[in-house]
Write a protein that binds this ligand. Structure first.
Ligand code: CMP
Length: 204
């Protein structure tokens, strides 16, 4: 069978196939059987190499991004890239979650205002999955300061501020694991994302 082909499997030459159409336009043979149709397009998609390691990154659309109506466009950046959404929720972050999330910045002068800002409205937490997702997502976000971020990045296209910088993403796989545990304690969603065989070739 061919996954996702939609025609239900292999056509055996010479065997009557009711309800199937010959896509080569040749129609049924005179003996009532139909010709095996050419390989459907879907069968040309390369197989996904099993075992290619996937990473999952934790992304937050910050309160400024939510208030500015950028959630859909931020999500689209990841989907357009070929990454998978593995978790998605809107919430006003509890203070304890923000304290753990930003523990590394505890001694920084902006820590207090950062926590206040991040708790000032709902955020959208997204688990983003793909090969090398942690670094790929950071590249899509761009540098911290929107004024310095190049066009084509999320911050470069939508932001003008260092503190109101719209989005957060994990900066390492270790931090991703910690942050995913914090924002998605129930776990993320594991599913077969059928389009991936069109996103990656055999070498990933
Ligand atoms: P992010 O990379 O998600 O995590 C740390 C956040 O702190 C950063 O985004 C900015 O929003 C914020 N931040 C970093 N540096 C400064 C700064 N110098 N002043 C104010 N906020 C900052």
């Amino acid at each position: 069978t061919f996954p996702g082909g939609g025609h239900g499997g292999v056509i055996r030459p010479g065997r009557p196939q009711r309800g199937s159409l010959a896509l080569d336009g040749s129609g049924p043979r005179s003996d009532g059987t139909i010709r095996p149709f050419p390989t459907p397009l879907a069968a040309h998609a390369p197989p996904r190499r099993p075992g290619v390691p996937m990473e999952t990154s934790l992304v937050l659309v910050k309160p400024d991004g939510v208030q500015r109506g950028l959630v859909g466009r931020v999500l689209s950046r990841f989907e357009d890239k070929g990454l998978s959404i593995a978790g998605l929720k809107l919430l006003v972050a509890p203070k304890a979650t923000l304290e753990k999330h930003y523990a590394v910045h505890r001694e920084r002068p902006f820590y207090g205002s950062l926590l206040q800002f991040m708790g000032s409205g709902p955020v959208v937490a997204i688990a983003v999955r793909g090969v090398n997702a942690v670094s790929v997502v950071r590249t899509l976000l761009g540098p911290t300061n929107g004024q310095e971020a190049p066009g084509g990045t999320i911050r470069g296209d939508f932001g003008m501020s260092r503190s109101f910088n719209l989005v957060h993403a994990s900066d390492s796989t270790d931090n991703a694991a910690m942050e995913l545990g914090l924002w998605f304690p129930e776990g993320t969603c594991d599913y077969q994302h059928d389009v991936l065989r069109w996103v990656y070739d055999d070498e990933a």
